[in-house]
Write a protein that binds this ligand. Structure first.
Ligand code: NAI
Length: 360
């Protein structure tokens, strides 16, 4: 086990974790523990180089701090990436080695699921650390408890967020007849399509994997849309639920939707894309606010809350977004900028309270 501490001023700690015997090469980024332990998913992916992996983990971990702050959860922000192809390089030994690195951090970082990892993989990580959420009941132990797949809660939270945005833009939260184009029909996007169809929306959906789209088109008012046509579809809501960077600054002019509200992390390729949406009057639901349902589920379930309590808490995404939309309108600033400011203020308040407690 080899650990190298990287000095990154924006983050509390960033560690490169290596293990020659299993081929593990991972980065764990703890952005902030001011509001609580840094909970964040573990992503396994092939990166062009370590610089690209570092950039990803730094951005994602900072996003987790903001997400927890605006969801009012006593959590900080962290994230981990394991460099490698999840289909070829993921072995039980490699995951166990990663878990040992997480355990060595003593609970400052709590690992969860992200792309490239399954609940079974988290079970494997949980063989060597107590600091993991999203495992299933069979392996739950120690301080954290089983919480399972967060995707259904994320999808439901996004549905609440879409309702908030539709109310803000059209005056009613009714989704009947509202036209939504969903990009990515995976764990979250697929469920979101089901919820939208059940609420009477007219849904168009695309995915690079057509087998994910096909079963959804059996639902009422759901049809497929070509990948190339998704972004410029004549719809009310664009819901990016695939990977990050779906909304690029240079594409904003071509959008025909009134709202962008979906699950994907880092939906805006650049800050300028957020400003561009605002200038065009397209209402954007900041990603780390609307997609917080999974984090809410993981935290509340691992604290012992039942399903009803988690569902109740997911509804708070709607009023949080409404506050952001109202401020955005009052102050003529993009909702993404307002959300960043609110999150930063909550962290500052937390730091102030912490200092006072330490001084007392
Ligand atoms: P997933 O991997 O299950 O689904 C992603 C889907 O997008 C896949 O079906 C994939 O084929 C498709 N896809 C990839 N590139 C595409 C493209 N260019 N065009 C169309 N489809 C494309 O992932 P999941 O869990 O559904 O997550 C979706 C997004 O939501 C990700 O950005 C993730 O970071 C974010 N998110 C997920 C949470 C969760 O609880 N799973 C929580 C918060 C955010």
């Amino acid at each position: 086990m080899q650990i190298t501490e990287l000095s990154i001023p924006s983050h509390e700690r960033v560690l490169r974790c290596e293990d020659a015997s299993t081929g593990l090469c991972a980065l764990i980024a703890i952005h902030s523990t001011v509001l609580g332990p840094a909970l964040g998913g573990v992503r396994m992916a092939e990166y062009a180089d370590q610089g690209a992996a570092l950039e990803d983990v730094l951005r994602l971990s900072a996003g987790m701090t903001a997400k927890a702050a605006l969801a009012n959860l006593p959590l900080g922000g962290g994230k981990a990436v394991i460099m490698g192809n999840p289909k070829q390089d993921k072995t039980p030994a490699l995951l166990a080695a990663f878990g040992r690195h997480v355990e060595a951090l003593g609970g400052r970082y709590i690992a969860g699921q992200d792309s490239g990892l399954t609940v079974a993989d988290l079970n494997q990580i949980a063989t060597t650390t107590r600091y993991v959420v999203g495992t299933d009941d069979a392996v739950a132990h120690g301080r954290t408890r089983a919480s399972g797949d967060p995707s259904p809660a994320t999808a439901l939270g996004v549905l609440h967020g879409i309702r908030a945005a539709v109310r803000q833009r059209f005056g009613s939260a009714q989704l009947s007849g509202v036209r939504v184009a969903v990009q990515g029909a995976g764990a979250v996007g697929g469920r979101l399509v089901e919820h939208l169809a059940a609420a009477g929306a007219e849904v168009r959906v695309c995915d690079i994997d057509p087998t994910r789209v096909e079963p959804l088109t059996d639902l009422p008012n759901v049809s497929a849309i070509a990948l190339a046509d998704w972004q410029t579809a004549e719809v009310d809501v664009l819901a990016p639920c695939a990977l990050g960077g779906a909304i690029r600054e240079d594409c904003v002019a071509a959008l025909r939707a009134a709202i962008v509200a979906g699950a994907a992390n880092n939906q805006l390729a650049t800050l300028g894309a957020g400003a561009g949406l605002h200038q065009r009057g397209i209402l954007y639901a900041p990603d780390f606010v609307i997609n917080a349902g999974g984090l809410i589920h993981l935290k509340r379930r691992s604290d012992g809350a039942d399903d009803a309590a988690v569902l109740e808490r997911l509804t708070t995404i709607d009023p949080t977004l409404t506050i952001i939309f109202e401020r955005s309108s009052d102050e003529n600033q993009a909702p993404s900028a307002i959300a960043d400011q609110l999150a930063a203020a909550r962290v500052r308040q937390g730091a102030f309270r912490l200092q006072r407690r330490q001084a007392a």
